[in-house]
Ligand binder design. Structure first.
Ligand code: NAP
Ligand code: ZN
Ligand code: ZN
Length: 347
């Protein structure tokens, strides 16, 4: 066992505060990582404040983890000490069901093991995330990061990156696909970057007029202010694919109307309230609503390699860990440009 320093939530109302806990001794297949940077995902805030229900405390959030390999178990074959390595949203699964065999462990029939706010496969040991000094993870759930990528700006790829890459790939987004990305936050800004990189015609659909310039800088071809009724009407029936990256409760119907023939609304944002959807909005143009959860281990490494080849990283504001509570408040005000990343050396 080794002691990890961390920031943790002790319950759903207190601010995050310093805490210490024990990480397990590395087993034969485990990689020990000294964490250098950890991204701040809106899912961290949802879970810290128990907005989805069932949160388990004490909770060390953080699933956008990048650092250096400090030690390896005897049977580890993919990593050596000193490598730059990353951990994302999951750290284990049953490994034997048909979805795990396809390396879609996020859809494990027995449930994946979350990096935090979950239990190891023994159903007893709490998992703890990346707002901490170290993590010990089976190498299947550890990824290589190319030396050419900036470490801090790479961290958000582990959740915001894969969560937008996977559905855009699944939808077959390619040259000329009319894609609308809804919400320019951590996920949304990665969605814009990937859709542009895949050759799509990309529109950022936002509630924040102040984000128009950034949307253009990120490569979006159009900007649609969702509070402008006349502009929304103009885009009715326009899109092939919409990627809904919104964290707050919102009206899905208003966005469904923007889809053309056989258009797909891909929901990745996870507000606490269930949406109300009219079947009439679905039968019109034979529209589909679908969801997508992060990405499997093989696809996550594929996405990281794609980012290295195309020089894609996140736009980040690196902050000391002591500012995490303030960062949560700014996130709630849509004031993130476009991902907070904690510098774990400040612990
Ligand atoms: P974020 O950085 O806080 O961005 C959320 C964005 O949503 C905001 O920047 C804002 O963009 C938009 N928004 C906020 N309130 C809105 C409203 N009332 N109506 C319309 N748009 C609104 O959050 P994030 O880290 O990107 O996470 C987004 C969501 O994805 C969260 O719910 C998170 O839990 C979820 N998530 C899901 C997965 C998955 O596997 N499916 C993985 C990671 C995260 P504008 O200012 O441009 O309007
Ligand atoms: Zn996340
Ligand atoms: Zn499984």
């Amino acid at each position: 066992m080794s002691t990890a320093k961390a920031y943790a939530a002790q319950d759903k109302t207190s601010p995050l505060a310093p805490w210490q806990f024990e990480r397990r001794e590395p087993g034969p297949h485990d990689v020990v990582i000294d964490i250098h940077f950890c991204g701040v995902c809106h899912s961290d805030l949802h879970q810290v404040r128990d907005e989805w229900g069932g949160s388990i405390y004490p909770m060390v959030p953080g699933h956008e983890i990048v650092g250096k390999v400090a030690a390896i178990g005897a049977s580890v074959s993919k990593f050596k000490v000193g490598d730059t390595a990353a951990v994302g949203v999951m750290v284990d699964s049953c490994r034997t069901c048909k979805n795990c065999e396809k390396h879609m462990e996020q859809y494990c029939e027995e449930g994946m093991t979350g990096t935090y706010n979950g239990y190891e496969r023994d159903k007893k040991t709490l998992t703890q995330g990346g707002y901490s000094s170290t993590i010990v993870t089976d190498e299947r759930w550890v990824y290589h990061i190319a030396g050419s990528l900036d470490m801090a700006a790479t961290a958000p790829l582990l959740c915001a990156g894969i969560t937008t890459y996977s559905p855009l790939r699944f939808a077959g987004v390619t040259k000329g696909t009319r894609v609308g990305i809804i919400g320019l936050g951590g996920l949304g800004h990665m969605g814009v970057k990937f859709a542009v990189s895949f050759g799509a015609e990309v529109t950022l659909i936002s509630t924040s007029p102040s984000k128009q310039k950034d949307a253009e800088r990120l490569g979006a071809h159009h900007f649609l202010l969702s509070t402008d009724k006349a502009a929304m009407k103009k885009y009715q029936g326009y899109f092939d694919v919409l990627l809904d990256c919104v964290s707050a409760n919102h009206d899905y119907g208003m966005y469904l109307n923007l889809l053309g023939l056989e258009g797909k609304l891909m929901a990745v944002g996870l507000p606490s309230e269930n949406p109300v959807v009219s079947p009439f909005a679905l039968i019109t143009n034979r529209r589909t609503i679908t969801g997508s959860m992060i990405g499997g281990t093989v696809e996550t490494q594929e996405m990281l390699d794609y980012c290295a080849a195309h020089n894609i990283v996140s736009d980040v504001e690196v902050i000391p860990v002591q500012q995490i509570n303030e960062a949560f408040e700014r996130m709630l005000k849509n004031d993130v440009r476009y991902r907070f990343v904690l510098d774990m050396k400040t612990l």
